[in-house]
Ligand binder design. Structure first.
Ligand code: AGP
Length: 580
């Protein structure tokens, strides 16, 4: 959940660490810190944003150094304060950590009984104390011994008072090695070092990295190992805002081009996509927006006559699932590092069930371990609230559904989509006007039926997570079974109506809310009597969500803008949820 970076080399260490932390801030942004290794060790920490840490660093006399580690935090153990911020130092060991140590309390008590004093109530400080307790002459040996005692997930950047080397190790949490002729990096995400290199190696579990001025070596159980150096197709360009005020708006506006790119790749080459017809049972698993993309696919595959279930990974991983050999588990994940989705994948694979990952980050744990994968090629998605990745996940799922059950109009409608999206997203003036009517509200509801309900789920999450307005999505027919008691004068109710088969049903549910004072916003494919309506082009039902959800994404953006919210980094959130 947190972001870590480390570096040893000829570039300015402070630049590498601070610019890297800024690109990792989407992973957690409640506090941060750096540790520099020179004659001694210098640690600087700060609560708040990386900009707060940067100010502190710029006003501090810094030791001369060619090596350092840094961290940006999403608190899991211990409240947000400077003491609990990383790096943590015990004895001669200073380190940064991303992950959760499940047996931290047990280890803390053992170490306390041996006289170790702790300053913070983090699990991370326990790791530092553990390595320090094993440390005699070799840091690698101390790390090796310590990781055998640890239960849970960790990506660690480690420095030692007695050594001019930088050490690292990972288990479950993501960590990659960045390679360049000007030094070696460790980082949670390649995006943080693209300014310096796009060459990287993936690290296996519990492989200990030792970095010195000549490069690095990898060891596992005392054996030296080699790992392939790969080249990322991402560039520093992917980190650029391209003149937009926020990554969320930039990434929404990228959707027409990215949708067009995937259409060109697959429309006339469906063979490149997996064939789902051999499977009689499909389980679609994800978290948050990825799960909601799965709910769209559930509607599509059911209409194709396939038995489908869709579940959130945090539930699925602990359910007693009865698999049969004709089951496919589809995992949806932008980051490919969401802990619950990884566990759901491993559960299926432990039961010899095929898994298909619809994923964005190649080289991520899910992309590496799954049986099959389709990359959505969204490029780097920086805003915590996913937008372009969700749309491309739904596009791939729609193409898989078309391949399962092809029919005439789909391909012709598909080709029109990028242009139709462009036209829709150009209506910023109107979306801003709608945002003016919503931003002061405390409660907003989204109602729809079948695939429209799945659309409501994502529309509601987008509004909720970036504007902090309490928003909820409901099956339109469910409202009158309780929730309608919350409707009062002016309560905004979005009615999503794209499915003709149930159009009238949803309209009558919207009318029930209006008769209790609700202010309707109608989003549909047919004209309506409502003052505030957004009519999107009618296209093939397997493609319709791709023209509705971007509208809800951009309305959420303008509502958050109106409310002065921190749109790219909403409070309490992080982009990649690497802990359970
Ligand atoms: C969505 O805007 C959120 N960032 C969150 O719900 C996200 O979709 C969820 O954490 C899943 O992430 P993943 O796609 O990287 O697995």
């Amino acid at each position: 959940m947190c972001g870590i970076i480390g570096y040893k080399g000829k570039n300015n260490v402070i630049d590498v660490l601070i610019s890297g932390l800024k690109k990792l801030e989407y992973r957690g942004y409640d506090s941060s810190g750096i540790a520099l290794k020179g004659q001694g060790i210098q640690i600087i920490k700060s609560v708040g944003r990386i900009s707060d840490l940067e100010n502190k660093v710029n006003n501090t006399e810094l030791i001369k150094t060619d090596m350092g580690i840094a961290h940006t935090r999403w608190a899991t153990h211990g409240e947000v304060n400077e003491v609990n911020a990383h790096p943590h130092r015990v004895g001669k060991i200073t380190l940064v950590h991303n992950g959760i140590i499940e047996n931290a309390e047990e280890l803390r008590n053992e170490l306390t009984s041996k006289g170790v004093k702790f300053n913070s109530n983090t699990d991370t400080e326990v790791i530092a104390a553990l390595i320090d307790s094993y440390y005699e002459n070799s840091v690698e040996e101390a790390i090796e011994k310590a990781i055998h005692d640890l239960k849970g997930s960790y990506a660690l950047g480690i420095i030692c008072d007695d050594s001019d080397k930088l050490y690292a190790v990972r288990c479950q949490s993501p960590l990659i090695l960045g390679v360049s002729d000007k030094g070696t990096f460790i980082t949670s995400d390649i995006g943080a070092i693209l300014k310096y290199t796009n060459k990287y190696s993936l690290l296996g579990e519990n492989e200990i990295v030792t970095i010195d001025e000549n490069g690095y070596k990898l060891e596992k159980d005392g054996q030296e190992i080699k790992r392939e150096v790969m080249t990322s197709n991402l560039t520093e360009e992917d980190n650029d805002l391209h003149g937009y005020d926020h990554y969320m708006l930039k990434e929404i506006m990228e959707e027409p081009v990215l949708v067009n790119k995937l259409i060109n790749k697959y429309a006339n080459n469906l063979n490149a996509l997996p064939d789902l017809s051999q499977y009689k049972n499909i389980h679609i698993i994800g978290c948050g927006s990825a799960y909601y993309a799965g709910m769209i696919a559930k509607n599509l595959f059911e209409d194709d006559g396939v038995k489908v279930e869709c579940d959130v990974a945090s539930e699925y991983r602990y359910r007693n699932i009865i698999y049969d050999d004709k089951t496919l588990v589809i995992l949806i994940s932008q980051s490919g590092e969401t802990a619950d989705t990884i566990a759901a994948m491993r559960k299926a694979m432990e039961n010899n069930i095929d898994t298909l990952a619809i994923v964005n980050v190649d080289g991520s744990t899910i992309a590496r371990e799954t049986t099959y994968k389709v990359l959505i090629e969204a490029g780097r998605e920086v805003a915590v609230a996913t937008t372009k990745a969700y749309i491309l996940q739904v596009l791939i799922l729609s193409l898989l559904s078309y391949k399962l059950n092809p029919d005439d109009n789909y391909l012709s409608d598909l080709k029109k989509l990028p242009q139709q999206l462009n036209v829709l997203l150009d209506r910023t003036g109107y979306f801003k006007k709608l945002a003016d009517q919503i931003y002061k509200r405390n409660d907003v509801f989204f109602i729809g039926r079948k695939i429209d309900y799945a659309i409501c789920m994502e529309g509601s999450l987008k509004l909720k997570e970036v504007s902090y307005i309490h928003s909820d999505a409901y099956q339109a027919g469910e409202l009158k079974h309780g929730t309608i008691s919350l409707v009062e004068d002016g309560t905004v109710v979005f009615g999503i109506v794209t499915d003709d088969f149930i159009r009238d049903k949803t309209i009558s549910n919207l009318e029930e809310a209006i008769s209790r004072g609700a202010k309707p916003i109608y989003v549909g494919t047919e004209d309506s009597k409502y003052e505030d309506q957004i009519i999107v082009p009618k296209v093939h039902k397997k493609l319709q969500p791709l023209l509705v959800v971007p509208v809800l994404q951009i309305i959420a953006y303008y509502v958050a803008l109106k409310r002065g919210c921190d749109i790219d980094k909403p409070k309490n959130l992080a982009k990649s949820v690497t802990v359970e």
